[in-house]
Design a protein around this ligand. Structure first.
Ligand SMILES: *Cc1c(COP(=O)(O)O)cnc(C)c1O
Length: 418
């Protein structure tokens, strides 16, 4: 059972001031969750979460997370500028990019960000871009093949294909990168890997940690380079479906700790800091896409047309993702109607739900689409001339703040050459 973080009365009051559709974020939920993450890794003195800015690139959110001790994980020029605008600079920025331009490296360097190299060729490219190399640098590892956790305690089969992913360096290239960087004066090394996305298994981070910890120990022997930080990246998932179990962040932290004590400590690397670059886990459950039912259509199926569309939330159209829907005020009504809940794009994949059992929906009902706080507004676009919606923050004191206004028609025409 998924419960919205607002009541129907609250939402009607908000919608009277800000027209639907809009994205609404829950300050309390974001803060409490960030504190749970910090507590789970408090055993590691250098621990830091660098929030993956791409998930929710909105200054009010980045500032709130900064107050909870999180930095920014950026991967492009504008994401770096966004971090700077929020007062996040220096070692509070991790620059985990790929296909990077010289201009991006120059800005990352000017801001003092920790730079994470995606490829061996980037050693020379970074040096030529900024005229030297930083003393502290990270390299992204791709072990290739497939990554499986097997049948986990929770009954999930986690599997991903690093061998098909464009990111990171091979095992041989990582050693070569370390040697070249050391020869050019780099003193502190980090390792990064991202092997599976949206994993609900509590074993993902501990398994990834084992791979990176062993690699750090091996590279110390092979190259003499000292790894001072390990970046477990993103990938911890959230239960989009109501019957899925939530990730247990305390158990995840303990699992990583066990790997740390078994592998890193005996290798003489027991002072290494752990970093994460979580996006989805930090924000997805604490955002709702709020939309109103505006049409009902009865042809071969029952359709409910809403005033949001895939331009506001692309995940269902792009990945067929499930997002739970609550019809506000009908939380306890029987789920006795089967609907396709659709937007107005001239694209038949513009469906928030297909054959979903819901209470009877009437025109004017407010719908909450759940778990849209990450990769929601961020993946918005303007197809069919749709304008991107406003973003609102429900503050801890119950008030609502407009943290990004909706686009206007003038915004839409602004980039035209005539
Ligand atoms: C997307 C991304 C993340 C965040 O991933 P989530 O699945 O949202 O946790 C972290 N690091 C990098 C490099 C990414 O590309």
């Amino acid at each position: 059972m998924k419960t919205p973080f607002v009541t129907k009365e609250q939402l009607e009051a908000i919608a009277a001031q800000y027209p639907t559709p809009f994205h609404l974020y829950d300050e309390r939920g974001i803060r409490e969750n960030a504190r749970r993450l910090q507590a789970a890794f408090a055993w590691n003195p250098g621990f830091r979460e660098y929030f993956a800015v791409k998930a929710t690139p909105t200054p009010a959110i980045l500032k709130l997370l900064r107050e909870e001790g999180c930095g920014c994980d950026c991967s492009s020029l504008t994401e770096l500028l966004m971090a700077e605008r929020c007062g996040v600079t220096g070692e509070w920025i991790m620059f985990s990019s790929n296909g990077t331009t010289a201009e991006e490296y120059r800005l990352a360097d000017r801001l003092g960000a920790v730079i994470n190299l995606d490829d061996l060729t980037m050693v020379d490219f970074l040096e030529s871009s900024i005229g030297r190399l930083p003393e502290k640098i990270c390299c992204r590892y791709n072990p290739g093949g497939t990554f499986t956790l097997g049948e986990t305690r929770e009954g999930f089969q986690v599997m991903d294909n690093p061998g098909e992913a464009k990111y990171g360096m091979t095992r041989g290239q990582i050693a070569e990168a370390f040697r070249r960087l050391a020869a050019k004066g780099v003193k502190e090394f980090g390792l990064h890997a991202f092997l599976a996305s949206n994993t609900l298994s509590n074993d993902y981070y501990p398994s990834l940690a084992r791979i990176l910890f062993r690699l750090a120990a091996e590279l110390k022997e092979e190259t003499g380079c000292r790894v001072t930080f390990l970046n477990l990246s993103g990938g911890i998932g959230v239960p989009y479906e109501p019957d899925q179990p939530d990730s247990d962040i305390a158990a995840i932290g303990q699992g990583v700790r066990q790997a740390y004590e078994e592998i890193l400590v005996p290798a003489g690397l027991g002072d290494a800091a752990l970093y994460t670059e979580l996006g989805r886990y930090m924000l997805a459950p604490y955002g709702h896409l709020v939309t109103r039912a505006v049409h009902a259509k009865h042809i071969y199926k029952e359709y409910i047309g809403v005033d949001a569309c895939a331009c506001n939330l692309m995940r269902p159209a792009m990945y067929g993702s499930y997002h739970h829907i609550t019809v506000m005020g009908k939380e306890n009504a029987p789920l006795d109607h089967k609907y396709d809940v659709v937007g107005s794009l001239c694209e038949n994949n513009d469906k928030f739900a297909i054959d979903r059992m819901l209470p009877e929906i009437e025109t004017g009902d407010l719908l909450v689409i759940h778990d849209t706080g990450a990769h929601g507004h961020a993946m918005g676009y303007n197809y069919n001339g749709k304008l991107r919606s406003a973003e609102l923050l429900l503050k801890e004191d119950g008030s609502v703040e407009l943290i990004r206004r909706g686009e206007t028609v003038e915004d839409y025409f602004r980039t035209l050459a005539w």
